[in-house]
Design a protein around this ligand. Structure first.
Ligand SMILES: [Cu+2]
Length: 495
């Protein structure tokens, strides 16, 4: 009796399975005939400027949260609020046509993410039933979004992202293949690798690197690439402004300006090139930077909404400038109306949300560089700039990073090298201390990390390449640890 019941149960289970399978196969067929349907939506993550990547690195442990676009009464996100953790993915599926997922608040896109492909967010591109759009949130924060067509009738949503970095302390990374200084670190989301662009092995003439270096966070190794910088020697690849921008859907590392090593050199180039790390091809861009004027190095730089911004700069050995330039690929330069409140060069700069923040920067006193505590907030849409709370210590010659929605200004300083990490919170307009570097502070040394945020799956690392060197007026005691030209790198593991 019991056995026959069991046989019967197995029979019916089999039938149910077959029916479910057939129904799913059929609906799958129907779906495949619909436009705009992606069977394997890409996972996306932010880059160091808070901008969405064109292609992300899939996270092995990411949880996916579903939101229906145009559900409910047809003009709602359902649910309209999702609470997730850093590294999780939200997947929006269009139940009805004519909607967008656009980050920001109603009709004010902030270009952090948007359907269908994170490109041209301000346009509010509408998609149709069956569309799937996913976004992975790599940084804690509150992310508002809206439908460009229906936000005024309440089609708005919010993603609350909790968690973030619990720094485990700094640890040594693999050495660069060479000692180096004045390179620019760029994280390239499309392949999950990190690039040191330009720079030189040491001061003096003729020491410029001729190829980019590539760091693979998975293999934890550095590799020189084959592509060659385009300058006619002497190369002018020191102190460039670099960032990842997309042109016609393909991401490139764009680099602007720079100078050559050597005593008394006052020339600076206006050359722009772009590098495709995937193809390892590097080409000159026929849109030189008008701000160079033959003698000006780019100041602070960062990317917002697929545009590269250059704040201030250094007319070498003469003065700092206060201009703000905007580059839009493939070839458009615009000088913004706003000016820095004070002329500065070598400015730690980053993008958080829809604002550009700076902390520190150098002035020229007629003889040498002097570090400052000047700190600003630039609105690239309104083209207006204001002061924020000053960074607690004077610094320059380092980078700012968007890390967990805060600006991290790491070490730096021209005159008094620092291992201090200062963290600015845009929500409170206050500074706090982050985990300091291990390397002790030294007088008259210069600390110029080419750091970036490197995200691999859910592991986020701050990845500075520590370019530490002696002042030019002093001998460089390479034998002592902490002095001289360094090939060392460091990583900060976070979860
Ligand atoms: Cu809508």
């Amino acid at each position: 009796m019991k056995r026959s019941n069991a046989v019967r149960a197995i029979f019916w289970l089999g039938m149910i399975f077959a029916i479910v399978f057939l129904v799913r196969a059929e609906s799958g067929d129907r779906r495949s005939s619909m436009p705009d349907t992606k069977s394997a939506p890409p996972i996306r993550i932010f880059d160091q400027n808070g901008q969405p990547a064109v292609n992300g690195v899939p996270s092995a442990t990411s949880t996916i949260f579903d939101v229906t676009t145009g559900g409910g009464n047809g003009f709602q996100f359902v649910p309209d609020t999702v609470n997730i953790s850093v590294g999780d993915t939200v997947r929006w599926t269009w139940a009805t046509s004519g909607h967008s997922v656009t980050s920001g608040t109603c009709d004010a896109a902030d270009s952090q993410f948007c359907s269908p492909d994170d490109m041209n967010c301000a346009a509010g591109i509408l998609s149709n039933q069956g569309t799937i759009y996913t976004h992975t949130f790599a940084q804690a924060g509150v992310y508002h979004y809206f439908c460009d067509a229906h936000c005024t009738i309440g089609m708005n949503g919010v993603v609350n992202v909790s968690g973030g970095c619990a720094p485990s302390g700094w640890s040594a990374g693999p050495n660069l293949p060479s000692t180096g200084v004045r390179a620019v670190g760029v994280y390239f989301q499309a392949n999950g690798k990190f690039y040191a662009m330009g720079g030189r092995s040491m001061d003096g003439a003729g020491n410029e690197f001729t190829h980019p270096f590539e760091y693979d966070p998975v293999a934890n190794t550095w590799t020189p690439k084959s592509a060659t910088y385009p300058d006619t020697p002497p190369l002018q690849t020191n102190n460039m402004a670099c960032g990842v921008l997309s042109d016609a859907g393909t991401p490139y590392i764009y680099c602007v300006g720079g100078s050559t090593g050597g005593t008394g050199v006052m020339n600076a180039t206006d050359r722009v090139f772009r590098y495709n790390p995937v193809t390892d091809i590097l080409t000159t861009v026929a849109a030189p930077w008008p701000g160079a004027q033959g003698t000006i190095l780019p100041g602070g730089f960062t990317v917002f909404n697929n545009k590269l911004y250059i704040l201030g700069g250094f007319r070498i050995l003469v003065e700092m400038v206060d201009t703000i330039w905007e580059f839009t690929p493939p070839s458009s330069w615009v000088q913004k109306t706003a000016h820095l409140p004070t002329p500065l060069g070598y400015i730690p700069t980053t993008t958080i949300g829809s604002f550009i923040y700076t902390g520190g920067g150098a002035i020229w006193d007629g003889t040498t560089l002097q570090d400052t505590t000047d700190s600003f907030k630039y609105d690239p849409v309104a083209d207006s700039i204001t002061t924020i709370a000053s960074i607690p210590r004077a610094t320059s010659n380092t980078r700012g990073l968007n890390f967990n929605g805060q600006m991290w200004v790491m070490g730096g300083a021209f005159n008094l090298i620092s291992n201090e990490v200062d963290v600015y919170d845009p929500g409170t307009n206050m500074w706090s201390l982050g985990p300091a570097f291990v390397t002790a502070r030294r007088n008259r040394m210069r600390w110029m990390p080419t750091l970036q945020v490197v995200t691999v799956g859910q592991l986020t690392r701050l990845f500075p390449h520590s370019s530490l060197r002696g002042a030019t007026s002093q001998p460089i005691p390479t034998a002592r640890p902490g002095f001289g030209w360094q090939a060392a790198t460091m990583a900060l593991a976070c979860r």
